[in-house]
Design a protein around this ligand. Structure first.
Ligand SMILES: [Zn+2]
Length: 238
């Protein structure tokens, strides 16, 4: 742990890249392991099918049943890892948080430069008139949420399976990683696109991996920490 403290002390442009493991300590499960199969009219769907764009377009009501039950956690609050990263940014040590999570907890913890590769459940948009809504339009409705302005179907600003990532967010993530002197990767096994690809842009001094399980990248790391990420980063939390 003193090794991590030393790396942080000697770094000026830390970038954090995080996955589902960052939010599990806030009570948000990895959706890939959540909910299991969804059954409808005798048919069974895997989460990857329900959370696909074609399923959303064909069966929006069923999509929203699953989505409200398994992807939205309105009572979740930031944990020590979120707080530590926000504190490191305030201290001028950290330049960006890049996350695969869609829960908005980094921003809730006070982080300013947050690149949400998979979007956010907190932002929602009318597919007809593009009006932007918060999460209330989803939480305070049942079935398919409709635009208060025009009645159009609301779609979460979340990247579904079959949809491309936002190119602007991806380009900013690449730029931040290429300029970083230290890259801390946490709560991801780095097997899911685009995580593994993004790591390749890092050319800085220290690659720190904080993950419960071993990853294919452990051999490249300056430091690997096999602890819950909240504990690993707790000392940096304000
Ligand atoms: Zn509308």
């Amino acid at each position: 742990m003193s090794q991590l403290r030393e790396i942080v002390e000697n770094s000026e442009r830390i970038v954090f890249f995080g996955g589902a493991g960052v939010s599990t300590e806030s009570g948000i499960p990895d959706f890939r392991s959540a909910g299991g199969l969804y059954s409808r009219e005798g048919e069974h769907y895997a989460p990857e099918e329900i959370l696909s764009r074609s399923f959303f377009d064909r069966h929006p009501a069923e999509f929203y049943d699953y989505y409200r039950a398994h992807l939205i956690y309105p009572d979740a609050t930031p944990n020590a890892a979120h707080r530590a990263l926000a504190a490191l940014e305030r201290a001028g040590k950290l330049t960006a948080v890049i996350t695969q999570n869609i829960d908005g907890l980094h921003t809730a913890a006070g982080s300013q430069n947050v690149l949400e590769l998979h979007g956010s459940v907190l932002r929602n948009r009318c597919m007809a008139c593009q009006r932007e809504e918060g999460i209330a339009v989803v939480l305070e409705s049942s079935g398919v949420p409709r635009c208060p302005g025009c009645g159009g179907v609301i779609k979460p600003d979340v990247v579904l399976y079959e949809e491309p990532l936002d190119e602007n967010v991806l380009a900013r993530a690449v730029a931040e990683i290429s300029r970083a002197d230290t890259l801390i990767v946490g709560g991801t096994s780095l097997v899911v696109y685009p995580a593994a690809g993004l790591i390749r842009y890092f050319g800085g001094e220290n690659l720190v991996l904080i993950n419960r399980d071993a990853t294919d990248y452990d051999g490249l790391a300056t430091l690997t920490i096999r602890e819950p990420i909240g504990e690993a980063l707790a000392e940096f939390a304000a």
